[in-house]
Design a protein around this ligand. Sequence first.
Ligand SMILES: Cc1cc2nc3c(=O)[nH]c(=O)nc-3n(C[C@H](O)[C@H](O)[C@H](O)COP(=O)(O)O)c2cc1C
Length: 366
Amino acid sequence: MSSATSLRFPQPVRLGRFGFDRPVMLAPMSGITDLPFRRLAASFGADMVVTEMVASESWLDGDADMALRSAGEGISPHVVQLAGREARWMGEAARAAEANGADIIDINMGCPAKRVTTGWSGAALMRDLDHALGLIEAVVGAVSVPVTLKMRLGWDRASVNAPELARRAEAAGVAMVTVHGRTRDEFYEGRADWEAIARVRDRISIPLIANGDVADFADAEAILGLSGADGLMIGRGACGRPWLPAAIARYFRDRECWFGPTGDELADVVVAHHRAVVDHYGPFKGVLAARKHLGWYVDAAIARVGGAARTDAAAIAELRSQILRATEAHWIESGVRALLSLIERAGDDAAPRSAADRSIPAGRAA
Ligand SMILES: Cc1cc2nc3c(=O)[nH]c(=O)nc-3n(C[C@H](O)[C@H](O)[C@H](O)COP(=O)(O)O)c2cc1C
């Protein structure tokens, strides 16, 4: 895909006192981008990481889960994403977030989930731009830190209004816009439409970040080339690969394809992540919350060795399932070390090119 697009590099972006030379960001994902995951992605070098969406009204009501979501100790810039349907609560929540240390406030107008849109939050706000603008103005007016906006292309294909919303948001003082190249009705189906994001580019002069389906270096080049955006945001591609935003930023800087840590280094990252999640949520909830990450790490390691994992497929599948059912953190951690080593040995034996290697356009691999 990238061969058909013009080559475009990420452009420097400034948000208040923060500057990003090559903006490659970690997308907000509820249930995933909690404090341990954001810290990890940032430690690899992700330019900006964003909290899970914080429901403004619940948070102001003292909801403990929302308070945990809004935490950002050790992260700079600390970007808090707020969701809500009423300007008053969004403004209040933005003020509270700034008082609690938020460096940037992001507004969610992209969440497609029914429980969110039936409450007229998330992507439902794109059905009524006047109302959406009321929220934006309330947030911008409540804080002194930069306010950014994340949206979809529109509610459905008959009402693609991201360019208009972005234009009005810029006029209202929003400092940066991120667009996921799908409509709300498309949820996560099909492929994100990177070219449609270019229509937003034509309407705004503030930084534009493109999002949707970026999983490797070739995708990163293609989304920038087709959208004309200044940078990109990566969500699901970073699951099991928290280094991906940093690796892509490095690719644009050095033209070097870095596929993340391997061997003991990878096992150390996974175990440290597991411990951080258990500390963050407490032993019971933490072990449950960490399972999905462990599954993704294992799947990413398997994808990396490609077909080679087939030789030990039964042993790998059995150990994976034992680890994902286990409740004892120490056992899980030694099990995951053994499993990652088993997968890598299968890869070494077959000496394959990695799945990620195969996605690099010819002549680009370092
Ligand atoms: C499990 C999950 C949770 C998400 N939660 C949020 C959220 O809290 N706020 C938000 O703006 N977008 C959320 N998103 C959307 C992502 O930020 C992103 O726009 C979308 O996944 C497309 O990017 P990707 O293809 O790189 O994942 C979520 C996506 C997923 C898969």
